[in-house]
Design a protein around this ligand. Structure first.
Ligand code: NAD
Length: 292
């Protein structure tokens, strides 16, 4: 039997509606949550993400500010912009869209953002808070979105075997950290490009999270029957018959794996929409802290 589809669009909508209610409460108390997104250069994918973030913010009743800086922006100019946003009381969340041009250091820029405004959850202070289970921190939006999806679909996590493929700072590592939090209580294995017998690990998973960046990498023989399969990957695959010349594919071979899995996220429409919803949720939390 084909797996149940986990509808990220519907879950994201529900999260955004919750956020909009929270925003309305804050506005009534005199605080309009504000998110600033800094875009350096004109990377086409980034431009689309930034536009979508701005739109989602406004739909939730938040103030959205997009700061566009030329691709020639120096590190000093970018840091000065971050400093200005850190000091601006109308801005509660700051996001610097990656990738940055080569003359700018992402690490240094992330470290410059006030951790209280770091709604992307990438600052080392927030990474540390996530590890020690400090609820004042911000978790990175994509793995936080996966947790939201699991909660809303009542996927049991207590004592579950979770296998995460990928160890990036923005998805794989924080995903593992979230899964072992008390209350979630999963047992986590993190796999990566040097893992021996990846398929053997993956086949033990009750919940398999793929965050690899390689189209259709997870095949049906890597999945335990009935497992929940979460596909974080977004990859462009050439497809001459498509108008754009490409299609989007996840890290999971969706057509084959859905015949084995118990639940599965599609791409697009699975994890992707949750990322922006969790960004709004983090921004609302950041603004709530300064509200009277
Ligand atoms: P990354 O390149 O930083 O990390 C990829 C990870 O995959 C690495 O840790 C690497 O060890 C592992 N890996 C690579 N090849 C492997 C192999 N052969 N076997 C096992 N592990 C292997 O990527 P990322 O930033 O974590 O993103 C992963 C995917 O998720 C990408 O497709 C990206 O586009 C997507 N993504 C989606 C969202 C979203 O839905 N909003 C957000 C972030 C990333």
């Amino acid at each position: 039997m084909a797996a149940e589809l986990m509808d990220g669009v519907a879950v994201a909508r529900a999260v955004r509606e919750d956020v909009a209610r929270g925003v309305a409460d804050l506005v009534a108390r005199g605080v309009t949550p504000g998110l600033a997104v800094v875009l350096v250069g004109e990377d086409p994918a980034s431009t689309v993400y930034v536009r979508n973030k701005g739109k989602a913010c406004e739909e939730a009743g938040m103030r959205s500010v997009t700061i566009r800086m030329p691709a020639t922006t120096s590190q000093g100019e970018l840091l000065a912009q971050v400093d200005a946003l850190n000091a601006d009381p109308a801005i509660h969340g700051i996001l610097v869209q990656m990738p940055l041009p080569p003359q700018c250091s992402a690490d240094e820029v992330i470290r410059r953002i006030d951790p209280a405004k770091d709604v992307d959850g990438f600052h080392p202070v927030n990474a540390g808070r996530l590890l020690i289970g400090d609820p004042d921190g911000f978790a990175p939006c994509t793995p936080a979105g996966v947790m939201e999806l699991l909660r809303r679909y009542d996927v049991p996590t207590k004592g579950a075997e979770v296998v995460v493929i990928g160890r990036s700072n923005i998805v794989g590592k924080p995903m593992g950290a979230l899964m072992i939090q008390p209350g979630v209580d999963a047992t986590v294995t993190t796999c990566h490009s040097r893992t021996r017998d990846l398929a053997g690990h993956a086949r033990r998973a009750d919940i398999l999270v793929a965050a690899i960046g390689r189209a259709r990498f997870v095949t049906a023989d890597m999945v335990k029957p009935g497992a929940t399969v979460i596909d974080v990957g977004i990859n462009r695959v050439e497809e001459p018959r498509s108008k754009t010349g490409y299609v989007l594919a996840g890290d999971v071979d969706f057509a084959a794996v859905r015949e084995v899995a118990g639940r599965i996220t599609p791409v697009p429409g699975g994890v992707g929409p949750l990322t922006i919803a969790m960004l709004l949720k983090n921004t609302l939390r950041a603004a709530s802290r300064v509200a009277p």
